[in-house]
Design a protein around this ligand. Structure first.
Ligand SMILES: Cc1cc2nc3c(=O)[nH]c(=O)nc-3n(C[C@H](O)[C@H](O)[C@H](O)COP(=O)(O)OP(=O)(O)OC[C@H]3O[C@@H](n4cnc5c(N)ncnc54)[C@H](O)[C@@H]3O)c2cc1C
Length: 286
C-alpha cells in the first residue's frame, strides 16, 4: 500500500511552518523523524492533504542546559539525548530512557517532539517528561503556550495539540533534589515498545525517602502518576523499601489505571518499581 497523494512543503523557518500549518480548510500534518508518521501514511491511517516537513526548520533542535532548567528543541533526535554528555550529567534519566527506545537506527531519526506528539501508550519519554515535571511549548500563528507534560497526552495517540500548532521545545526543570531512575520490561527479541516501564524519582535524607515521584508507562492510554505509591514510599527507610507493601500499592494503582490485561501489567509494574528502587536512583544518592 502507498500513501494517498499529498502536497509536500519543507519550510526553513518556524514562521513558514506555522503559515503552512495554519491554512484553513486543509488537513495538514507536521513530519519530524517520520518513524511513526511514515508507516501511518503508507497504511493510509493518516490521509493528509499537506505534509509540512520540520526537518529543515532552523532553531527547532538543540539542548540548552541552564542552572534551573534544561530546554530541548522538539526536533532533537533521541540519539542526541542519549549521547549528550552534559545532559547525561544534568538529567541522566532522560538519556537513559531515550537509549531504551527501539534500536539505534530508529533513534537516529526519532525526535523528542515526535515521541510526545505520537503519544503511544507505552512510550518511554512521555512518562519521563511527566515524572520530571516538564512543560511542552506549543507555537502557532495565534501565539505560544506552555502545557504541562502531565496534561499534554489525552489518550492513546491523542494530545491537546491543535492541528495548526507545532511543538517547538520541551522545558525540564533541574530535578530539585530528586534522583530519577527508569526501568522497563521489553519482551525478548522485541523491536518496539516495552510492556511497561516505571520512572521513579526519590529525594532521600538520613536514609529515609523524603519525596517520591512515580510514573508508569504502558499501564493505560497515557502515563500514570501513582500518587498512592508515592505517599507509601515517603518516610520509608531506603535500606528496606518494603517490597510487599510497594508491590501491592502499585498493583492497586495500575488496576485503577485500567489496562485491558491489568493483572499482568500490574505485576510487571510492581517488579519494575522494585528494580528502580534497588538500582541507580537509590545508589546514586547514597
Ligand atoms: C520499529 C519501531 C519501534 C519503536 N519503538 C519505540 C519504543 O520502544 N518506544 C517509543 O517511545 N517509541 C518507539 N517507536 C516510535 C518512535 O520513537 C517514533 O519515531 C516516535 O514516537 C515519533 O517520533 P518521530 O520524530 O519519528 O515523529 P513522526 O513520526 O515524524 O511524527 C509522529 C507524530 O507526531 C507529530 N509531530 C512530530 N513532531 C511534531 C512537532 N514538533 N510538533 C507537532 N507535531 C509533531 C506528527 O505530525 C505525527 O502525528 C518505534 C518506532 C518504530 C518504527
Amino acid at each position: 500500500m502507498t500513501a494517498v497523494a499529498f502536497d509536500y512543503t519543507a519550510p526553513t523557518t518556524l514562521g513558514g511552518a506555522l503559515s503552512a500549518l495554519g491554512v484553513p480548510g486543509r488537513t495538514v500534518v507536521p513530519l519530524a523523524g517520520g518513524q511513526s508518521l511514515v508507516p501511518l501514511l503508507t497504511r493510509r491511517e493518516v490521509r493528509p492533504e499537506v505534509v509540512v516537513d520540520l526537518n529543515g526548520v532552523s532553531g527547532l533542535a538543540g539542548i540548552d542546559i541552564g542552572p534551573d532548567r534544561v530546554r530541548i528543541g522538539a526536533m532533537t533526535r533521541l540519539r542526541d539525548l542519549e549521547r549528550h554528555r552534559e545532559l547525561r550529567a544534568a538529567l541522566p534519566v532522560l538519556g537513559f530512557a531515550a537509549a531504551s527506545v527501539a534500536h539505534p537506527h530508529i533513534r537516529v531519526r526519532s525526535t523528542l517532539g515526535g515521541s510526545l506528539c505520537h503519544a503511544a501508550p507505552a512510550a518511554e519519554l512521555p512518562a519521563v517528561a511527566v515524572a520530571l515535571g516538564a512543560d511542552v511549548v506549543l507555537a502557532s500563528a495565534r501565539g505560544v503556550r506552555l502545557v504541562a507534560a502531565a496534561r499534554f497526552a489525552t489518550g492513546a495517540g491523542a494530545t491537546v495539540r491543535a492541528p495548526d500548532e507545532v511543538v517547538t521545545e520541551v522545558i525540564f526543570p533541574r530535578t530539585g533534589g530528586l534522583v530519577h531512575g527508569f526501568s522497563e520490561l521489553c519482551t525478548r527479541g522485541s523491536t518496539g515498545y516495552p510492556v511497561a516501564g516505571v520512572c521513579l524519582g526519590l529525594r532521600l535524607g538520613a536514609g529515609v525517602v523524603r519525596a517520591a515521584r512515580v510514573v508508569v508507562t504502558g499501564c493505560g492510554p497515557v502515563p500514570v502518576r501513582l500518587l498512592g505509591v508515592e505517599a507509601a514510599l515517603v518516610g520509608r527507610a531506603v535500606a528496606g523499601p518494603h517490597p510487599g507493601l510497594v508491590a501491592s500499592v502499585v498493583a492497586e494503582a495500575v488496576r485503577e489505571a485500567g489496562p485491558e490485561d491489568g493483572e499482568y501489567r500490574a505485576e510487571v509494574a510492581g517488579v519494575l518499581l522494585l528494580r528502580a528502587l534497588e538500582s541507580r536512583a537509590v545508589e546514586e544518592e547514597r
